[in-house]
Design a protein around this ligand. Structure first.
Ligand code: GLA
Length: 672
């Protein structure tokens, strides 16, 4: 074996900043960089470990992920890489390695805990080795993979289906035998952002909710969502007394005194044709008969919101056409109130007036004017507060002012309230159900007294299994999990939080929805440092498909003014949105799980089924939706909802090749 040392010459650019002038020198040849032998051993720990993802902490050199010396079932290891499920690393072997060897297992630093993982090694799209499920305390397993001729190797640690808690995973003594080019850590493959949503037809199509709830006497505002060339003329037959329709804008306003179910026929006509759709108005106590759709400021502006930004978001909801697909709410999150103790002249000041009514900070000079502006566009508007003295970001909360705040929000003209637990944690005696419910009941009673309808969004991250009692305290939707966050592990959070909804389907339905947080696509960021979502295009298809199957509130939280065509295509596919907005109001649950293949399904009002085929793995996989798992029989017409195209009729099962981290969303119609 040739073990001769080799040298590589590197050209580097040197930048010198002197007296405001940038001088650029090109140094040729420059440093001779010594590398390891091309023939011999290359340790995994010597590769660029910033390219190894880790579900908790970060990949560590020669240590377990929490910093302890590496040890698996008492066996100590000097070298290796400690990581945490889910962990993935792509390595370009350039065909130069002959072997990959390692000892794998859960590190002893978690002993006594429940960590369980599966190690896998893939080579050029094929599974080369897997450990099977390994638990804490189990002896290390030896990996010995023939790597000859392989170009791309993937090292993966999976959570083995039981969540990632205590999944401290070691690739101990992990090394490559190299007879040619050195392995190099690389990024996962770059995917092209393929737009599947067809362009909307110039002919009229009525979209959005098919059923709408309102309380008797409350101000009514519903904008008929319709795509198609303008000018368009709207009409409605069978509107209850008290409502009128603006034929040009498609806005239905007024108020209905009499309780009841009213069946209305909506029509939209333009030069190219006419569309018609049944619309049910239910005047009673229930609101949010379909999951709310709209936008929230949190994941693009955080607390830095201003009146101007909110108006711009509303403008964009109209100009991008999102309003024509059913998007309605423009919601302010944290940061509109006064921040007690803040020296910032804009944020500081008196949190409340002499009568105890809440003040907005100086970024919101006139809340009523803001809500009037948003309503004038046919949209609705929401805001945020906390039952505690302070919000999560330290702004004024509603504690002991609930009645006054509800009154003020109504006077200002808001339609939606997100009520975020936060500092109420210091007020609650304990975490009993009774204490968890208490603040939500107080605000609900206050909201109910107002002469406007409020969608009531509970936010307390799933404590006390909120889904079991969220509807009881008057919530229309409740966050079931912690914040999705904007971290690079966003895909893991999307699938982890999304898939946690299996088993929660019985708690979702018209008027009460499980809420797994916002749609984090497009431009998102922290404190104004916006950047495109870290989700790959296929991961974004997964995110939106899953949220629609879950009948989750469809609240986009990226920058409305930076909507690119791809993001817009994900947000505005009417057949996909119909899965979310279906009046039957079912939440999908998992019907099959095999390795990285997940099949989720929900019943639709028309007797069809919406089915999602997901692949959480690193390589393209065939995912099979079996009729036996779906509880159906006979021939089914299968329609690809993203492409809005029939795929043919199928018997017994439908299978699709699903790309890495991707999704296929279909609807199955029984053929009679
Ligand atoms: C919590 C919520 C977020 C957001 C922030 C605001 O973290 O879960 O959705 O509202 O507070 O501070």
């Amino acid at each position: 074996m040739n073990t001769a040392k080799w040298f590589r010459s590197k050209s580097i650019f040197v930048f010198v900043i002197a007296g405001g002038i940038i001088l650029r020198f090109l140094a040729i040849p420059t440093l001779a960089v010594e590398s390891t032998e091309p023939n011999g051993t290359v340790w995994l720990s010597s590769l660029n470990l910033s390219k190894m993802t880790s579900g908790w902490g970060k990949a560590e050199i020669d240590k377990a992920v929490q910093g302890q010396p590496m040890s698996i079932a008492g066996q100590k290891f000097e070298r290796g890489v400690g990581t945490h499920a889910k962990s993935v690393m792509y390595i370009d072997l350039k065909g130069g390695s002959t072997k990959f060897t390692a000892y794998v297992g859960v590190d002893d630093e978690v002993r006594g805990q429940v960590g369980s993982v599966e190690f896998r090694v893939y080579g050029d799209g094929e599974l080369l080795w897997k450990s099977g499920v390994m638990k804490a305390g189990e002896a290390a397993k030896k990996v010995n993979v023939d790597a000859s001729g392989i170009k791309t190797l993937i090292l993966l640690v999976d959570s083995a289906g039981d969540g990632i808690s205590y999944d401290h995973a070691n690739w101990a003594e992990a090394k490559f035998e190299v007879a040619g080019d050195k392995p190099e850590a690389i990024d996962p493959p770059v995917e092209e952002a393929v737009i599947m949503t067809p362009k909307s037809s110039p002919k009229p199509r009525i979209n959005g909710a098919k059923v709408f709830g309102v309380r008797p006497g409350s101000p009514f505002l519903f904008t008929i969502a319709a795509t198609g060339d303008r000018p368009m003329e709207f009409s409605a037959e069978g509107l209850p007394e008290g409502l009128r329709l603006d034929a040009k804008t498609g806005r239905i306003t007024g108020s209905v005194a009499k309780r009841g179910k009213y069946i209305v026929t909506l029509k939209a006509r333009n030069a190219l044709g006419e569309a018609e759709r049944e619309f049910r108005i239910i005047v009673g106590d229930k609101l949010a008969l379909t999951p709310p759709m709209g936008w929230n400021s949190w994941y693009c502006f955080f607390t830095g919101i201003t009146d101007e930004m909110i108006r711009a978001a509303a403008d964009a909801m109209v100009s991008t056409g999102m309003i024509n697909h059913g998007y309605t709410y423009v919601n302010l999150d944290d940061g509109w109130m006064v921040k007690p103790g803040s020296k910032d002249p804009v944020l500081g000041g008196e949190p409340r007036d002499a009568a105890g009514m809440i003040n907005a900070n100086k970024n919101f000079p006139d809340m009523k004017a803001l809500t009037d502006y948003i309503h004038s566009k046919g949209l609705k508007v929401g805001l945020y507060t906390s039952p505690g003295p302070l919000t999560c970001a330290g702004y004024t909360g509603s504690y002991q002012h609930e009645e006054q705040d509800a009154r003020r929000f109504a006077e200002w003209g808001f339609d939606f309230l997100k009520y975020d637990w936060c500092s109420y944690g210091r007020i609650a005696k304990d975490r009993s159900r009774e204490e968890l419910k208490k603040p939500y009941l107080v605000m609900k009673a206050a909201l109910d007294k107002q002469d406007r309808d409020f969608i009531y969004n509970l936010c307390q991250y799933g404590m006390g299994q909120v889904w079991e009692w969220g509807a009881e305290v008057g919530g229309h939707c409740w966050r079931t999990t912690g914040d999705l966050g904007i971290a690079t592990s966003l895909y893991d959070n999307v699938t982890r939080y999304g898939f946690l909804h299996d088993g929660k389907q019985q708690w979702a339905g018209p008027g009460h929805w499980n809420d797994p947080d916002y749609l984090l696509i497009g431009w998102i960021g922290w404190k104004g440092a916006l950047r495109p979502t870290s989700l790959t295009p296929n991961e974004q298809y997964t995110h939106v498909s899953l949220w629609c199957l879950l009948a989750a509130p469809l609240i986009f939280s990226g920058d409305m003014t930076k909507l690119d065509e791809f993001t817009l295509s994900l947000l505005t596919n009417d057949e996909v949105i119909e899965v979310d907005q279906d009046p039957l109001g079912r939440q999908a649950n998992r019907v099959a799980l095999a390795g990285d293949s997940h099949v989720w399904a929900k019943d639709m009002e028309d007797g069809s089924k919406a089915v999602g085929l997901f692949n959480t793995g690193e390589i393209e996989t065939k995912v099979v939706a079996r009729w036996s798992d779906l509880g159906i029989k006979g021939r089914q017409r299968v329609r690809d909802l993203w492409r809005q195209k029939d795929l043919g009729t199928f018997e017994d099962q439908f299978e699709a090749k699903v790309p890495r981290h991707g999704a296929v969303l279909v609807q199955l119609f029984p053929v009679r």
